[in-house]
Design a binder for this molecule. Structure first.
Ligand code: ZN
Ligand code: ZN
Ligand code: ZN
Length: 470
């Protein structure tokens, strides 16, 4: 780090305001545009492979860069080196393959704090970006642009939750709450398909992917009069982009019961939809109540399983640029805020989510999992300990109707009786029962159970369930 200060490469204050810029230089290597963003946004939107438009010109991000290093003869060929070797920029990450937890190696985790697994493994190192620059240090014709999208995963907190700091939320059957200070939050962009990014440790050229070949035709992301020959990118590293910071947070812990509730956390599962949507609903309710911008607060959820049981945590913390203590300030009014959240979720007429309730520009990346009804189910469970009611027969018929034609093509005939829907294939006939996705899948002889969520949002899967059961 000291070397960097001496060279004047990095300002002597550390990580000013948690922002980072994309630098676009002219043909002589002089910075013409500097586009600044919060790190939380930049790690997704400025990731190598992504395109940005500045002053009507399109650029594809093609490396990490901070102006200055290329101006000295000594560093011109390898301005990225000092950053990559700096432990505050490149951090080792340990992960638990059983539950998906990950945390910094510098915190010396020996066992997974969430599930107790002792066999932690290494994940790709996390590289905190120091700045971005266009591919080949120049603009790109839109016709040649093959933009590669990667996004930041939902932020995860990684520190050990203290079992004894949680208190029961008054009047709630299954919700407990904790205010936790100094929680480490990690945000990661794992590249396209989880392969991270390959970066040249000398020039900083970077592209998504884990094979150095992705840098084959890529030039340095900057120009320097001292670096005349092409960088051969002989020293590369495979990394995730990301950063970590420490904040205070409010955690609502929902105790689940796997005998009753489906705890599968896959993308389209009830638990994922419910957790994500309730977190989003709570964030909207709190922002309205405190009269603050939506961007001031961050929410997320995570599923935890350990010897004590299954939990989903809904957490809330001040955004990176805020730090005003909003998240923690709501502890005393949490009941009120849960009521407000309920009103927000309940007060719409849409089927899953719309722009009048949960959707808005800032949460586009999760629009397809937002589901106010799933969130209400989870909130009900938390407050009263009751599950979603069984689906009326009329509704079951209605949901199954949408599959009737396509089932016929698979040789399955749907027969709607007075009280039962039957599915008949070449090998037999069984009852079809639609159940609320919140439930653990029921079992009964000669019956096929299909969840309402699969019928609504994953028809091919519902179809397969029925066809395979006959
Ligand atoms: Zn674990
Ligand atoms: Zn290089
Ligand atoms: Zn709505």
């Amino acid at each position: 780090m000291d070397a960097l200060y001496e060279e004047g490469i990095i300002p002597t204050y550390s990580f000013p305001k948690n922002v980072v810029s994309t630098y676009i230089s002219d043909i002589n290597g002089k910075v013409k545009y500097q586009v600044e963003r919060g790190l939380d946004v930049a790690v997704g939107e400025y990731a190598p492979g992504r395109a940005i438009v500045v002053d009507k010109t399109t650029y594809q991000i093609g490396g990490l860069y901070y102006p200055g290093g290329e101006r000295s003869e000594k560093n011109a060929a390898s301005p990225a080196k000092a950053f990559i070797q700096d432990a505050s920029y490149r951090k080792r990450i340990r992960t638990c393959n059983q539950c998906g937890w990950f945390g910094l190696e510098e915190d010396n985790p020996s066992t997974c704090p969430f599930c107790g697994n002792k066999a932690l493994t290494n994940m790709l190192p996390m590289l905190r970006p120091w700045g971005f620059a266009p591919r080949n240090a120049t603009s790109i014709e839109t016709a040649q642009l093959n933009e590669e999208y990667s996004a930041t995963q939902q932020p995860l907190y990684s520190t050990l939750p203290n079992a004894d700091d949680v208190t029961v939320v008054n009047g709630c059957a299954n919700i407990r709450m904790a205010v936790r200070s100094n929680q480490r939050i990690i945000m990661l962009n794992k590249g396209v398909g989880g392969k991270g990014f390959t970066i040249c440790c000398d020039c900083g050229a970077a592209m998504p992917g884990d094979d150095p070949v992705v840098l084959k035709d890529i030039l340095r992301p900057y120009r320097s009069r001292f670096a005349k020959t092409r960088c051969k990118h002989t020293d590369t590293a495979n990394v995730n982009l990301g950063y970590d910071f420490v904040t205070d947070m409010l955690v609502l812990e929902f105790a689940l019961d796997r005998q009753q509730i489906d705890i599968n956390p896959m993308r389209n599962s009830w638990l994922n939809r419910a957790g994500q949507s309730l977190a989003e609903g709570l964030r909207l309710a709190v922002c309205q109540e405190l009269d603050i911008e939506f961007t001031e607060l961050v929410t997320g959820y995570r599923v935890r399983q350990n010897r004590a049981g299954d939990f989903v945590d809904i957490y809330l913390y001040d955004s990176l640029s805020s730090g005003a203590g909003y998240a923690v300030s709501i502890e005393s009014s949490i009941r009120q805020l849960l009521t407000k959240t309920r009103e927000l979720l309940d007060g719409c007429t849409c089927d899953s989510a719309c722009h009048r309730c949960l959707k808005h520009y800032r949460n586009q990346h999760i629009h397809n999992v937002l589901d106010r009804k799933a969130a209400l189910d989870l909130l009900n469970w938390g407050e009263t300990g009751t599950r979603a009611p069984a689906i009326s027969y009329g509704n079951q018929q209605h949901l199954l109707k949408s599959l009737k034609q396509i089932l016929l093509l698979s040789g399955v005939h749907i027969d709607v009786g007075h009280e039962t829907v039957w599915a008949e294939g070449d090998n037999g006939k069984k009852k079809v029962i639609v159940y609320p996705a919140m439930w653990t899948k029921p079992a009964e002889e000669n019956a096929i159970f299909v969840s309402d969520v699969y019928l609504k949002y994953a028809k091919p899967y519902a179809l397969k369930t029925i066809v395979d059961s006959l």
